[in-house]
Design a protein. Structure first.
Lengths: 557, 135
């Protein structure tokens, strides 16, 4: 970017600055022995053109909408269309969650995102002994298509896109969504949305797993293959770093492990015989936006550049759309504190700003009370309004990638990329992410980082306001509680569905699923048949647990 | 004769909750403090936890729950320990426990609850003061 003689001049001036600085520091030293990010990456006091001298603008930065997409995936970015405001919601039963969906849409939310309760996430019905104490608590209870019909009452599926955080039973929930749309008269060719469907990061971090890694991957590829042909506007997977980060990883680990997971899914889909340019445009990503502002923005920029290279150079994808890393962001739940909970509004605002400056396609902003429970209506409204203020008051959406060209930002983006490649190469050497997961490599790396961070908090090396500094008492806040009636209603509805459906047909459908599970045929059409007959999530998952076996936690710590 | 027995703690993750960051950090912290630590891994039923505690002959059980199922699971573990005549095993816990639930859980026999923001050394100190090797 700078000519040789200009750089020499900069170098000379920098030396002078260091001399001056040393004099000052000998009298008043810096505040800290090390200045680091929340991920413990050391940051210099000043960045200059020398730190970006190897950057070739066209090759490394370029234009938005153009390879390698460092500045964003769309040519117009937020001047064309703002990011989708998509609040992750699910509480109690489908009735309560439907009400919350309508509330949020009426307050300016622009996309839906479903949080399911634990039994659904793990492939159990509400009447399972495993569901005791868990019904409707961490999200919405869904057992059958009946629940999904109630969940989407009054919401036209040709006019809204829906993201579903669901993994082992992702194919089943997608089938239910297709059926709800069909009942509304909306074809599966028209519906838009995302299933998370990313099992590798479940073994690594989020831990809602059911089957061992290999059969899990097979079902994922079934959904990718099916949607590529039949549900063309659906994002078949949301390759997620969010949970990796929340489990305690560093920003670089989040970046590297997520992209290494992505590589594994592309390889598995190509092994099935799919053309990379047919399925790659529907792969999507999901990242955390943590509290360290610049580190996060650099991470998002580096993610786009690495993925573009992976897709074009490694997998030889031809379509520009296949090279694009499109992503959803959630502000960091793990950065919020139970102490002085109103401070969480401020944290979330900074994190949302980082996501937007990083070029996210959609955003969830956490509510101030989420360290305690599912948010109240009041708390979620503040969180949504935080995005609206960001979008429509602050002016940050006026121009594209405004931090590009900053010596610090470009140097940090390069650094994130370089360190992420080191991990990706290491995982390649292990034989890919499935093998790395089987030997516990990413799991242990994350556990180490999480423990290190906790030690830094405990020794006050890192500060969390209200936790290890500026500690004061705060009065309790009002939190959302689930009522006992919701649980009873859910159990009663499940019983009614089981009593009124055609049980012989359900049995046949489950036998079909078992046959396809064993002989390797694509499972999706059979799952759609089964949910249409109101087969429950657990009935289908039990077939898989029987055929493929269960995955149990190796308990690394 | 062997030297004085170390404190043995079972760290357990009951229910379907997958949030194991805290459980793993406390398991390591206890190990570094010199306790013998057994970690159950995720997705354990109360029955499995009590069976593991008895089989491993532990002095205390630390339950970690962040899913909201604490009001069912904690009392269930304590009840099962009573039934197995193993209620000399001290039960404590951590996780997302609303303040208004803390009293009720303590009433049911949970000896201590460590909520977000707890330093590892606070939990270690509490264990040293409140849990002794049983033999």
């Amino acid at each position: 970017m700078f000519k040789e003689d200009q750089l020499k001049e900069v170098q000379k001036e920098r030396k002078k600055w260091i001399d001056d600085l040393s004099k000052i520091l000998s009298e008043t030293p810096e505040r800290l022995p090390r200045f680091t990010t929340v991920s413990d990456l050391e940051i210099k006091g000043l960045y200059t053109p020398e730190d970006t001298k190897d950057i070739d603008y066209s090759r490394d930065t370029g234009f938005p909408g153009v390879y390698p997409f460092t500045r964003g995936v769309q040519p117009s970015m937020y001047r064309g269309r703002l990011w989708t405001m998509r609040m992750f919601s699910g509480l109690g039963g489908p009735e309560e969650t439907n009400k919350r969906f309508h509330y949020l849409l009426n307050h300016g939310e622009t996309g839906l995102s479903i949080a399911f309760h634990y039994p659904t996430l793990m492939g159990y019905d509400s009447d399972s002994p495993n569901a005791r104490g868990e019904i409707g608590k961490c999200g919405v209870a869904v057992d059958t298509l009946k629940d999904m019909e109630i969940l989407f009452e009054g919401i036209p599926l040709d006019r809204v896109t829906t993201s579903m955080t669901i993994n082992p039973p992702a194919s089943i929930l997608l089938a239910m969504y297709i059926m709800v749309a069909e009942k509304q008269g909306v074809s599966k060719k028209e519906i838009g949305g995302t299933i998370q469907n990313d099992m590798l990061k479940e073994f690594i971090a989020q831990k809602t797993f059911m089957l061992p890694p290999r059969p899990s991957l097979r079902i994922i590829v079934d959904t990718i293959e099916y949607c590529t042909k039949e549900v063309p506007r659906w994002n078949t997977i949301s390759i997620s770093g969010y949970h990796i980060r929340e489990a305690g990883s560093t920003a670089i680990q989040e970046l590297a492990f997520t992209l290494a997971d992505g590589i594994a899914y592309v390889e598995a889909s190509m092994e099935r015989g799919l053309d990379v340019d047919d399925f790659a445009p529907r792969l999507s990503f999901f990242f955390d936006s943590h509290i360290d502002f610049f580190e996060e923005i650099a991470k998002f920029r580096a993610a786009r550049r690495i993925w573009a290279k992976v897709m074009r150079e490694r997998f030889m994808a031809k379509k520009p759309r296949s090279w694009m890393l499109r992503f959803h962001t959630q502000t960091a739940g793990c950065s919020l504190t139970a102490q002085q909970p109103f401070n969480n509004v401020v944290r979330t605002a900074y994190e949302g700003l980082a996501a937007v400056l990083g070029g996210t396609q959609s955003l969830h902003t956490n509510s101030l009370d989420e360290t305690y429970a599912i948010p109240t209506e009041e708390a979620v409204t503040i969180a949504l309004r935080t995005q609206q203020i960001l979008a429509e008051e602050t002016g940050v959406a006026n121009t594209i990638d405004p931090l590009a060209g900053s010596y610090f930002m470009e140097a940090l983006t390069n650094q994130m990329e370089e360190k992420a490649w080191e991990y990706i190469h290491k995982i390649d050497e292990m034989g890919g992410m499935v093998k790395a997961v089987e030997r516990g490599y990413p799991q242990m790396e994350i556990a180490d980082a999480a423990y290190r961070f906790q030690k830094q908090i405990d020794t006050d090396e890192k500060t969390i306001v209200g936790v290890n500094k500026y500690v004061t008492d705060h009065p309790p806040i009002t939190i959302w509680r689930m009522s006992r009636e919701i649980e009873e209603r859910q159990l009663k509805r499940l019983q009614n569905v089981k009593g009124s459906r055609n049980n012989a047909k359900v049995k046949d459908c489950l036998a079909e699923i078992k046959k396809a599970s064993l002989d390797g045929g694509n499972l999706m059409p059979h799952i759609i048949h089964a949910v249409r007959e109101y087969a429950t999530i657990q009935e289908i998952c039990d077939v898989w647990r029987e055929v493929f076996g269960r995955y149990t936690d190796p308990g690394y710590f | 004769m062997s030297p004085e027995r170390k404190i043995r703690i079972l760290i357990a993750k009951p229910g379907l909750d997958g949030h194991d960051r805290g459980a793993k950090i406390i398991a390591r912290g206890f190990r570094d403090a010199g306790f013998e630590v057994i970690y159950t891994g995720l997705h354990q039923t109360p029955e499995q936890i009590v069976a593991a505690a008895i089989q491993e002959d532990v002095d205390g059980i630390g339950l970690s729950i962040l899913s909201g199922a604490h009001d069912y699971i904690f009392p269930q573990v304590i009840q099962l320990l009573k039934e197995k005549e193993a209620n000399d095993i001290v039960v404590f816990g951590g996780g997302i426990i609303p303040e208004e639930d803390v009293l009720a859980l303590k009433g049911s026999g949970v000896k201590a609850l460590f909520v977000p923001g707890t330093r590892i050394e606070e939990a270690v100190k509490w264990v040293r003061e409140n849990i002794k090797p049983r033999k």
